[in-house]
Write a protein that binds this ligand. Structure first.
Ligand code: SAH
Length: 352
């Protein structure tokens, strides 16, 4: 049995069943055996948009240059990324930004928020020639200058709580031990989850999910824009309207896995509820990743890249397809902009 599973079984024996949120937190972030603490999962277990193609980061780099210009090119500002993975996105954004506005890159204070020591080491290599500050929590980012923030596939890693409808009402979904196995079970007491669908009648067995950590973080980001100019762009897979359903998922070696069998050995995520994040402040969206990338000019950028690298034309087309096709990442992935409500961020002109 894996060591983290033993640890969780011991915890349950001592303190009783744990919530899905506690389980997710331990499986991803246990200091010794947590999934993100162990090594580099990107590429091995799953692949993210910046790892699919440099075009993704380049377009986002231009997004932030434009947003910065629209705000009068503030001389001091923070350029923050939450959960930077291998550092690829930040490297691509900076390279593209530097070509059009060297000043943006020279004046940015670049801050990466990362909890994983092993991914931090990889980010140090990727960004070796840049002046970068690492922090482990967004709260540590001081709020005294304008803020430009990107989070790609970060919110999906924050721990959700789940509630299941029975004849009596809503019960929190918990994790219990059965011999050497971990299993889902319902807490006996009836509660009212703070979810818009929980107040209405729901079919038996319905599941609602809430993400207190994600909501609190989005609120903190939103509050920064009460004081400061700036834009936060949140890109992730998820849903635009409050919905029922169990979205907890484990992925290992690019395939779905059972979330309870090997804690710490599979990535564990949940779909992002954009309608909940949107309550954080002035926000537009979500729009689909396809809409965002098309409005930022992915077609033109791909054409130029193909001219520069004719031998790579097929790969470039395949990458664009992967990022924008509805059956791939184009519509499941969405983008939400939280900002100070002065200048509409590029690509969000028609968004609500
Ligand atoms: N944004 C990157 C990586 C996504 S994977 C990309 O698009 O490729 C999720 C990232 O978030 C990893 O870097 C992981 O270590 C980090 N992470 C997960 N939970 C975190 C937390 N609570 N605080 C800070 N970083 C976290």
């Amino acid at each position: 049995m894996n060591a983290l599973k033993e640890k969780i079984l011991r915890l349950i024996a001592q303190t009783g069943p744990i919530s899905v949120a506690q389980y997710m937190q331990i499986a991803l972030s246990d200091p010794e055996h947590g999934y993100y603490m162990r090594g580099d999962p990107l590429g091995k277990d799953f692949i993210t948009a910046p790892e699919v193609s440099q075009i993704f980061g380049e377009l986002l780099g231009l997004f932030f240059v434009q947003a910065w210009e629209d705000r009068g090119r503030p001389a001091r500002f923070h350029f923050v990324e939450l959960g930077p993975g291998r550092g690829t996105l930040m490297a691509d954004m900076l390279r593209a930004a530097e070509k059009v506005r060297p000043n943006f890159v020279e004046t940015a204070r670049i801050i990466l928020v990362e909890t994983s020591p092993s991914l931090k080491r990889i980010q140090e290599e990727t960004l070796a020639l840049r002046r970068v500050t690492w922090l482990t929590r967004f709260e540590e980012v001081s709020g005294d200058v304008p803020l430009f923030l990107i989070a790609n596939e970060f919110f999906d890693a924050l721990p959700i709580r789940q509630f299941v409808r029975s004849e009596r009402g809503w019960h929190e979904r918990m994790i219990i031990a059965e011999g050497e196995n971990l299993k889902f079970a319902l807490a006996p007491d009836v509660v009212v989850p703070s979810h818009p669908l929980a107040a209405k009648p729901a079919p038996l067995g319905s599941i609602v999910e809430i993400n207190p950590a994600a909501d609190a973080l989005a609120r903190q980001i939103g509050e920064r824009f009460d004081e400061q100019d700036g834009v936060a762009l949140i890109i992730d897979y998820g849903y635009a309207q409050p919905s029922f359903g169990d979205t907890l998922q484990a992925v290992k070696n690019n395939a779905f896995a059972d979330p309870l069998t090997e804690p710490g050995e599979a990535d564990l995520t949940a779909h992002v509820d954009f309608s909940a994040l949107k309550r954080a402040g002035h926000a537009l969206g979500p729009i689909t990743q396809r809409e965002l990338l098309e409005r930022l000019g992915i077609e033109a950028r791909a054409e130029r890249l193909k001219k520069e690298n004719p031998g790579k034309a097929t790969d470039i087309d395949a990458a664009v397809e992967r990022l924008t096709a509805p059956k791939q990442m184009g519509t499941l992935f969405k983008a939400l902009a939280i900002f100070e409500d002065r200048e509409t961020p590029p690509g969000f002109e028609d968004a609500h």
